[in-house]
Design a protein around this ligand. Structure first.
Ligand code: DAH
Length: 341
């Protein structure tokens, strides 16, 4: 029996040494130490031994079990290290290889154009003001000299919301909101970027679009100041050789009122499809702030004057980048957006 045990031990240790993987080791463990393993079988047979032989064989068997377990643990450690080393050898990092490119986001063309507009006016000493998109009838119309039943309300295609409020149809209400807060302080020089809403939807109109409003109030501000300011804006925004044209128009909140054109960005004024062969493109509405608007906002119209203007950001973006359908600006198609990096 003793010899059989010795042989078993020898065999088991050899098998452990020969094992090439952790799986092999486990198989060997089961083969010798498992429930039906060889050593276990031998120990089961101990019942047949004589009373004096039993303790000695038992001790020998325990020693052999310990020896096998020890070797098993040592080999397990060895093989774990080997597996790790093998993996490290395979995963060499070549720091000279080019990296995986990171996907960079970019600014939406409307954001770029809005920031561009803002920068030009910030450079002239204007500050940015904002107002609510859900507006009252008073600020959107009444205070801007557009009383109930005024025919000019028709053109504003207004979305009404509950409680008699509405979605602002232009950024002009912020003129009044701002002046109310600052009156009678001078000067007032603000630009107001923001979303506006009108019931309109086609290639050149969207029910939600963006405007930038401008307002300058001080003593002795004249129409020449308005012309000089918008002239500079057109040259900065489009190109240094861009010319402006002021046509008489009507807005209830300005008097006199104008619509401002720039020389066509495509044909430089010669006449083409984009400018309907006129050489000019309309870009904004403007005028001298109506005395009534000054008065309701807390300014003395005998003391101060001012000008205001309002432009559509989408329209400016379409002209600047030659975009022929406004809907492209809202579809978030990357093939379109990636062109504005
Ligand atoms: N609020 C006008 C609109 O949306 C644009 C406008 C015209 C704004 C003349 C002004 C202005 O400040 O003076 O149609």
């Amino acid at each position: 029996m003793r010899e059989k045990l010795q042989e078993l031990c020898h065999e088991a240790l050899q098998a452990l040494d020969a094992a090439g993987s952790l799986e092999d080791l486990n198989e060997t463990r089961i083969k010798y130490l498992g429930k039906k393993g060889a050593l276990t079988q031998v120990l089961r047979g101990m019942g047949k031994l004589s009373a004096e032989e039993r303790p000695r064989i038992g001790q020998a068997a325990n020693e052999i079990r310990s020896a096998i377990e020890e070797r098993l643990a040592a080999r397990t450690d060895e093989l774990k290290v080997a597996v790790q080393e093998q993996r490290l050898r395979r995963e060499v990092i070549d720091v000279t290889l080019p990296g995986t490119p990171v996907q960079w986001g970019g600014k939406h063309p409307l954001t770029r154009v809005r920031e561009n507009i803002q920068d030009i006016f910030l450079g002239l000493g204007y500050v940015i003001a904002e107002g609510p998109e859900v507006e009252t009838d008073y600020y959107n119309f009444e205070a801007l000299n557009l009383p109930q039943d005024h025919p000019a309300r028709d053109m504003q295609d207004t979305f009404f919301v509950s409680g008699g409020n509405l979605l602002r149809t232009h950024t002009s209400p912020v003129q009044v909101r701002f002046m109310e807060k600052t009156a009678p302080e001078l000067p007032v020089k603000i630009i107001v970027p923001g979303k506006v809403y009108r019931r309109d939807d086609d290639a050149t109109h969207s029910p939600m679009f963006h405007q930038v409003e401008g307002l300058a109030i001080d003593r002795r501000i004249t129409f020449s100041d308005l012309k000089g300011t918008l002239d500079l804006f057109a040259r900065e925004m489009f190109s240094p050789d861009t010319r402006t044209r002021f046509r008489p128009s009507y807005f209830p909140f300005t008097e006199p009122s104008v619509e401002v054109d720039i020389s066509c960005v495509m044909c430089r004024g010669k006449g083409c499809r984009v400018c309907s062969h006129t050489g000019w493109l309309e870009i904004l509405g403007a005028g001298m702030v109506h005395p009534r608007v000054l008065e309701v906002s807390g300014y003395d119209s005998e003391e101060v004057t001012g000008f205001a203007f309002g432009m559509g950001v989408e329209r400016i973006a379409m002209l600047k980048y030659g975009i022929d359908d406004m809907r492209l600006l809202f579809e978030n198609d990357l093939r379109f957006l990636q062109q504005f990096r």
